[in-house]
Every structure is written in structure tokens, then in C-alpha cells.
Design a protein around this ligand. Structure first.
Ligand code: UGA
Length: 434
């Protein structure tokens, strides 16, 4: 099938690559000229494991094509997929201006039936709004053209986006007509994953509800970790014991210094804003956000207490991205941690295999190391912020000889506490007895 993918951000690009791999022809529309130029030169705009190879392959074989204006391709494409950003407004609501603009452009340029798919994460009711915008544009042109408005949320995890896009655990399609259902069935016919057909509103809600629930699991275990710390229980064991119950499951119960990234914080805030606008406050979700906002600070207070003071202490900050296998630092806990350390007059040397350049723009004055050992050299403490494999696999025996003091604070509970204690470290995790 011919698909127009409107917006070559992370979701748009990853989804385009997957559809190209399944034999569709994807016309990618990007408004940013600089980005478009790079895309045309086969440069992937972000780092994602395994993606580049397929991106280059399909750019070369013509399954991925890049354009600036939707008008250039709209007549060739039956499916128009909107994958533009929906960032947070200051009040937490999702900013729908890019989605609305895409809808206006579609309304101004379509000449025959289109299946218009919203893949961007949008609050419940957006489908109706977009429907109206397109109809208004068509009316202005005195055109009566039928179309279907479909919600097809994405469930891609950064770092695993290729696998998630090629082999999704589920495909959710919100649509209201049989024609739309058939088009979407054909689109996904090559993918062997369960498809759930719902209304547009249900699909919109499923996306937010899924992210909000996963965020809830994380904040639940993080808050419990604080109590474990106090009473001498080990949250890792607690999570293990809980996770063996198939009704609970083991995933997303890894205590740490909070969730970040471009999705969870933004989506939780947007759902809360929607609930508040509808005068139906979601109390649990508010608590999820509150715990997350304070988790890094709670951890840093532990660090400060253990070190006595942070002033002039040399701290190696290991990991900057919001999770491993990405270069994304949006809403990363590292930013809160660096802020806290600077406020407490600590001297920071940070290391990350992918995210350094981005953090440098926010914190240009701290030191950045090129290797883990360089960061650890002479430091009074090591602080693990992101559980990159190479950070977990540091030779901690050797590290002890180059650290100025043997303090390791593990914000992701990714090291083996017993090994660290045996090596003679003062080791503290999140909700683990030391
Ligand atoms: C998340 C969802 O997992 C995807 O299903 C969804 O499609 C995506 O958001 C989205 O809405 O686009 P992602 O943001 O890439 O994906 O990252 P996750 O792997 O979910 O991790 C989010 C944050 O939670 C990270 O900061 C991670 O460190 C933290 N986390 C995760 C924990 O602190 N503990 C856990 O047990 C799991």
C-alpha cells in the first residue's frame, strides 16, 4: 500500500521503516528543511538500535521516500498517517497544534477518499476535533469527499522500537466504519499480531491508560522502596516475590530514581489535565506524578547523608540518558541529579555512551569524561543514573583503586550489592539494605 507518514520524528520514522520492511511504500513528509535534507541523504535523525541499516536499505530501494509538502504525495496515498509531536503545554495538556495543522493540510489537498490515521498520542476526543477540521477545510473548497478518521496508537519503546514496530504485542485500531476496518486490516496483513478493533475514543484512551498504568507500577515500587529503606527490607526481593504472581507480573517493578523520557511524564500530565478539565480528578495518577517528581531528590538526600556533605565533593555521574540504548535525555533523572549536585556545590564529571552532547547544551560547565574510568578517576563517589551495560560491567575492583573514596550509589539497582560489599565499597541502592 502507499502510505503518507506526516512527521518524521521518532515514531514516524520508526513506523515508516517497519511498514517499508513489510513491503509498503512510505512517503515521509517532514516540514523541517534541515531534517528533510538529512533524511534524503539517508541520515537517521536519532540513534536507535538496528534501525539505521533498515532505514538505509529502504531509502535505497525506494520504499522510503521523503517530501516536504503533503500535496506532493497525497493523490498517490490511500492512507495518511499523522505522526507529529504532541508536546506538553505549560498546564500539562497535550499541544495539538501540529496535529491540527496536519489535518488542515489534508483537508486542503485531498481529492478522493482517504483513511486518515492518527498515530500521535492525543487525548480522548481529538478524533472528533480532527474530523471537524478536515470537514471545514473541505467545505471551504466546496468538496464532498468521504474519509475515515482512525486512531491507531503506537506502543514503541525507545531502544526496542524496531522490534516493537515489526512485531507488536498488540495493534489497537479505533475506527467507526467497515471500510476503515478493511483498509487497516490490509495495512497490517503482513504482521502476525493480535488486532483489537475499538471505537476511536477507546483507542485514544487505551494509549494513555497503558502508559499511565506502567508509570503507576514504577511509582508504586519507587515509593515502596523508600519504606523498604527505612525498615530494612529489600525492594528487589519484594518486587521479585510480587512479580511471581501472574496477576501482577514482574515487569516495570524495577525501583530506581524515577521514570523519564518523552512519553510517561508527558502522557501522565496530559491524562491528568484531561481528567481535571472533565472535573473527574485521577487521584492515583496525581500521586504517581508526585512520587516521580521527588524520587531523584529523595535518592540524592540519601547520597548527601552518606557523604556528610556534597560541597566540593567530586562526583562521577554515570549515565545521562533516560534509559539505556538511546541518546534521549528528555525528562531524564540525570538532569534533576546534576541540578541537585550543582546546588550543593559538588564537582561533577559525567559519562554517557550516547547522551553527552545533548546534556552539554544544558550544562556546559560540568566535566564530561570519555570513558567510565576517566569519570571515576579521583572521584569521591560514583553515582549510577542509567543502567548502561558498560556501566554495569565496569571492573569495580579496578575502579576502587582509582576512586578517591569507595562510595557507590546505585540509582538503578543494577549492581550486585553483595559483590560490591565484598569488594569493600560503601554501596547504597534504592530500597536495598546496606
Ligand atoms: C514507553 C512505553 O514503555 C511504550 O510502550 C510506549 O509506546 C512509549 O512509552 C510511548 O508512549 O511512546 P519508553 O518511554 O521508550 O516507552 O521507555 P520505557 O522503557 O517504558 O521506560 C520509561 C522510563 O521508566 C525510563 O526512564 C525507565 O528507566 C523507567 N523504568 C522502567 C523504571 O524506572 N522502572 C521500570 O521497572 C521500568
Amino acid at each position: 500500500m502507499n502510505i503518507a507518514m506526516i512527521g518524521a520524528g521518532y515514531v514516524g520514522t520508526a513506523t515508516s521503516v517497519a511498514f517499508a520492511e513489510y513491503g509498503h511504500k512510505v512517503y515521509v513528509i517532514e516540514r523541517d528543511w534541515e531534517k528533510l535534507k538529512k533524511l534524503k541523504m539517508s541520515v537517521l535523525p536519532f540513534f536507535e538500535e538496528g534501525m539505521e541499516e533498515l532505514f538505509k536499505k529502504h531509502s535505497a530501494n525506494g520504499n522510503l521516500l521523503f517530501f516536504h509538502y503533503i500535496e506532493e504525495v497525497i493523490d498517490q496515498c490511500e492512507i495518511l498517517m499523522i505522526t507529529v509531536g504532541t508536546p506538553s503545554l505549560p498546564n500539562g495538556e497535550a499541544d495539538l497544534s501540529y496535529v491540527e495543522e496536519a489535518a488542515r493540510q489534508i483537508g486542503r489537498s485531498m481529492n478522493e477518499y482517504k483513511a486518515i490515521v492518527i498515530k500521535s498520542t492525543v487525548p480522548v476526543g481529538t478524533g472528533d476535533k480532527i474530523n471537524k477540521i478536515i470537514k471545514t477545510e473541505l467545505k471551504k473548497r466546496n468538496k464532498e469527499i468521504s474519509f475515515d478518521l482512525i486512531s491507531n496508537p503506537e506502543f514503541l519503546r525507545e531502544g526496542k522500537a524496531l522490534q516493537d514496530a515489526l512485531h507488536p504485542e498488540r495493534i489497537v485500531i479505533g475506527c467507526e466504519t467497515e471500510k476503515a476496518r478493511q483498509v487497516m486490516k490490509e495495512l497490517y496483513s503482513g504482521i502476525n499480531s493480535p488486532i483489537l478493533f475499538t471505537t476511536v475514543k477507546d483507542a485514544e484512551m487505551i494509549k494513555y491508560a497503558s502508559n499511565a498504568f506502567l508509570a503507576t507500577k514504577i511509582s508504586f515500587i519507587n515509593e515502596l522502596a523508600r519504606l523498604c529503606d527505612k525498615v530494612g527490607a529489600n525492594v528487589i526481593q519484594v518486587a521479585k516475590g510480587m512479580g511471581l504472581d501472574s496477576r501482577i507480573g514482574p515487569q516495570f517493578l524495577q525501583a530506581g530514581i524515577g521514570f523519564g523520557g518523552s512519553c510517561f511524564p508527558k502522557d501522565v500530565k496530559a491524562l491528568l489535565a484531561l481528567a481535571s478539565a472533565e472535573k473527574t480528578p485521577l487521584q492515583i495518577l496525581q500521586a504517581v506524578l508526585d512520587v516521580n517528581e521527588t524520587q531523584a531528590q529523595w535518592f540524592m538526600e540519601k547520597v548527601k547523608k552518606a557523604l556528610g556533605s556534597l560541597s566540593r565533593k567530586r562526583i562521577a555521574v554515570l549515565g545521562l540518558t533516560f534509559k539505556p540504548q538511546t541518546d534521549d535525555i528528555r525528562e531524564a533523572s540525570s538532569l534533576k541529579i546534576i541540578h541537585y549536585l550543582l546546588q550543593n556545590n559538588a564537582c561533577i564529571t559525567a559519562y554517557d555512551p550516547q547522551g553527552t552532547e545533548h546534556v552539554k547544551k544544558i550544562y556546559p560547565t560540568i566535566n564530561y569524561a570519555k570513558t567510565t574510568l576517566e569519570a571515576l578517576n579521583g572521584a569521591d563517589a560514583a553515582l549510577i543514573v542509567t543502567e548502561w551495560k558498560e556501566i554495569i560491567e565496569i571492573d569495580w575492583k579496578k575502579a576502587k583503586s582509582i576512586l578517591s573514596q569507595p562510595f557507590v550509589f546505585d540509582g538503578r539497582n543494577c549492581l550486585d550489592a553483595s559483590v560490591m560489599l565484598e569488594l569493600g565499597y560503601h554501596y547504597e541502592g534504592v530500597g536495598t539494605p546496606n
